[in-house]
Design a protein around this ligand. Structure first.
Ligand code: UD1
Length: 452
């Protein structure tokens, strides 16, 4: 990250990434009030990468202050871009982009930084980005990104864990192509859509991901001068242009953070209002909340109020690509199902290893059985506090939600995961009246509970 950004908030950012504090949560309190939803992490990350397509300074608003955003900033800086941060606004100057190689240490930490391969290749004619590897939730290959770039005319060779891509010929231009994605991968759709904006001719991406973040990225690129049609549907058509210009763009609210707060309201039998949100982006989550008996009221065009209904009852959920139920809400919703009466089923179809929160929820008194990617949740009347450890971002959110509803004092370890995706979650919950406290283990001379 460049000097200005370093000097402003580097200490704060270091803390986010390496936060070894624990959260103590005293559950069973009712929450009340309004929550401000931050900009979407999954829009902000590709949006930052997309600014590399431009040869002018770009301004992005509503960028959440998160560890992942910091890592992406470091990747862009390593490539030669300059970044200035002012609160939730980022100015990115990509004019001096000159290094085609993203550092392994950063890509390893943040898979999404691999998505920068499309813009780097389109701008410089060459890109070297390490394979990101798997993570806690699955193997997460990038074959669809690679095959799509090859279809656009790039030579791509993978050697020693590095994806080496270049465009041969004197013009150094990708060529428009028809690409069918075997799976509607969000990241592959974003990589290929960005790369195609500067290609010669027309690109058609079929079986594209329809996630709101893909549409948001397309809108950003369109505001930079790209010709993109159909983003948000299964077929995206991109007519390449010679260059993209500067932009002043506000990204969409985070639908996963919004969904997490809707569940926080439901699981604590509370009355809270969240804004800004795009209610349409939450259709599947709202529909499932209503089917278990939670009341959701759309107060204004960009705010939702959650109220507890009568007794909450079971439901069955399969995660799916958008507009289906989002995999990122699977773990948080399972915390709620664990206190819904009757037997619910939850099937994870997007990632292969996304049930690691179950054993921790069971330690809090939940009754969940897992077979492969299928969980049967037998509702219990009450959860009970326990020391728990978050293994990834959304698993951690699930445990915080369970702790808010549980009787007693939960100690949660895993803030470094939460800091990747939830901006000031502890402070936002405290403002709603939740009883929680961050404890610095070093200062307090604590040790982690022996079961961890
Ligand atoms: C994005 C989101 C993540 C969300 C996920 C699914 C960001 C930064 N992250 O991740 O929060 O959980 O979408 O909504 O936006 N796959 C392949 N080959 C590929 C690419 C993907 O087999 O080349 C598979 C993956 O292993 C996974 C499935 O496709 O099983 C979906 O992955 P994908 O949609 O690509 O997720 P991400 O873009 O990585």
């Amino acid at each position: 990250m460049n000097q200005q950004l370093n000097s402003i908030e580097e200490t704060e950012k270091q803390k986010l990434a390496t936060d070894k504090s624990i959260l103590k949560i005293w559950g069973s309190s009712r929450l009340q009030g309004n929550v401000n939803i931050s900009g979407a992490k999954n829009s902000a990350l590709p949006a930052m990468a997309a600014t590399l397509l431009s040869s002018e300074v770009c301004r992005l608003h509503q960028i959440p202050c998160l560890a992942d955003i910091n890592t992406m900033g470091k990747v862009l800086s390593a490539l030669g871009a300059k970044i200035k941060q002012n609160g939730n606004t980022l100015d990115i100057d990509p004019r001096d982009l000159d290094n085609p190689e993203a550092p392994y240490e950063l890509v390893r930490k943040l898979r999404a930084s691999f998505f920068a391969i499309g813009p780097i290749l389109a701008r410089l004619g060459v890109a070297r980005v390490p394979l990101p590897g798997g993570c806690a939730i699955g193997a997460r290959p990038v074959d669809l990104h690679v095959r799509g770039l090859q279809a656009l005319g790039a030579e791509v060779h993978i050697e020693h864990g590095m994806v080496n891509a270049y465009i041969s010929g004197s013009k150094k231009k990708l060529q428009g192509a028809k690409i069918y994605l075997d799976y509607p991968s969000v990241g592959a759709t974003e990589t290929l859509m960005m790369a195609a904006t500067l290609a010669e001719g027309e690109t058609i991406i079929e079986n594209a991901a329809q996630e709101p973040e893909v549409e948001d990225l397309a809108n950003l690129c369109i505001a930079m001068g790209a010709n993109i049609f159909g983003a948000g549907t299964k077929t995206i058509v991109i007519s390449g242009v010679p260059k993209l210009h500067s932009v002043d763009y506000t990204i969409i609210p985070d639908r996963i953070e919004a969904g997490t707060f809707l569940i926080a309201g439901a699981i604590t039998n509370s009355d809270i209002t969240i804004s800004p949100v795009v209610p349409k982006h939450l259709s599947a989550v709202i529909s499932k909340l209503k089917s278990v008996g939670v009341r959701i009221i759309q107060e204004t065009s960009d705010s939702l109020r959650v109220l507890h209904g009568e007794t909450l009852k079971s439901t069955d959920i399969d995660t799916q690509p958008y507009p289906g139920f989002p995999t990122d809400m699977q773990a948080p919703f399972m915390a709620l199902l664990s206190v819904c009466s009757g037997s619910s089923s939850m099937t994870e179809t997007v990632f292969e290893n996304r049930m690691r929160h179950v054993s921790e929820l069971n330690r809090m008194g939940a009754n969940i059985r897992v077979k492969g990617n299928h969980a049967i949740v037998q509702g219990v009347p009450k959860l009970s506090a326990a020391p728990v450890v978050g293994t990834d971002l959304r698993a951690s959110a699930a445990l915080i939600l369970a702790a808010l509803a549980a009787e007693g004092e939960t100690t949660f370890q895993g803030l470094q995961h939460l800091n990747r995706g939830y901006e000031q979650l502890d402070i936002k919950l405290q403002k709603l009246g939740a009883k929680l406290q961050k404890v610095d283990l070093v200062k307090e001379n604590h040790t982690f509970p022996s079961s961890i």
